[in-house]
Design a protein around this ligand. Sequence first.
Ligand SMILES: O=C(CO)[C@@H](O)[C@H](O)COP(=O)(O)O
Length: 228
Amino acid sequence: MAVQINPSILSADFSRLAEEAKAVEGADWLHVDVMDNHFVPNLTLGVPIVESLSRATDIPLDCHLMIEDADRWAPQYVEAGARSVTFHAEACAAPVRTAREIRAKGARASMALKPATPIEPYEDLLPELDMLLIMTVEPGFGGQAFLDIMLPKIRRTRELISKHGLELWLQVDGGVSASTIERCAEAGADVFVAGSAVYGTDDPAAAVRMLRNQATETTATAGWACGH
Ligand SMILES: O=C(CO)[C@@H](O)[C@H](O)COP(=O)(O)O
């Protein structure tokens, strides 16, 4: 699998979401941060806006649910048009059942871990998932500094993926930019969410291309990158 760059619309202009999606043509997925002001101290958007956005762009939607009661809501985001739905391990009572429901409805199932949540308790669950998201900031806001203490967790997760021979994608989200993406790629990430590093520039599509080039060059020489 080639590396993937997913711009986060949290850093976009919410009054012009359809245009902001067009501004990142060439991106692999559009990362949609759903926040409920309970699981995280911020409030963004919900099912109706995901429905509208999925009609407004051909870029597939990668919905990251930072909400409580994820078991109940995750399938509704697939029905709204999301092609990938990420629930948080810390907000999900039945992750296996929820992942299976997401897949049964035709989307990719993904689970996210906050910075303080270890990967090891979830090793047996990995075959149920299409992607694992390691947060590299505390979820809730764009524009935060990358937590480089997450790099060993990314490395350990990549080792588990290799050990079990899984096709699982490994996504990182938070503070990913031109100055941090290579460290993430070297550690084993292959899907990169970037908000301010894309939408904070004058040319978001060029920023996507630049991040892709950096990550591709790094993974080509990284020890874990067999198959790239
Ligand atoms: O999930 C989140 C924040 O909780 C992210 O998707 C941010 O939107 C990423 O923004 P940058 O750190 O790249 O500016």
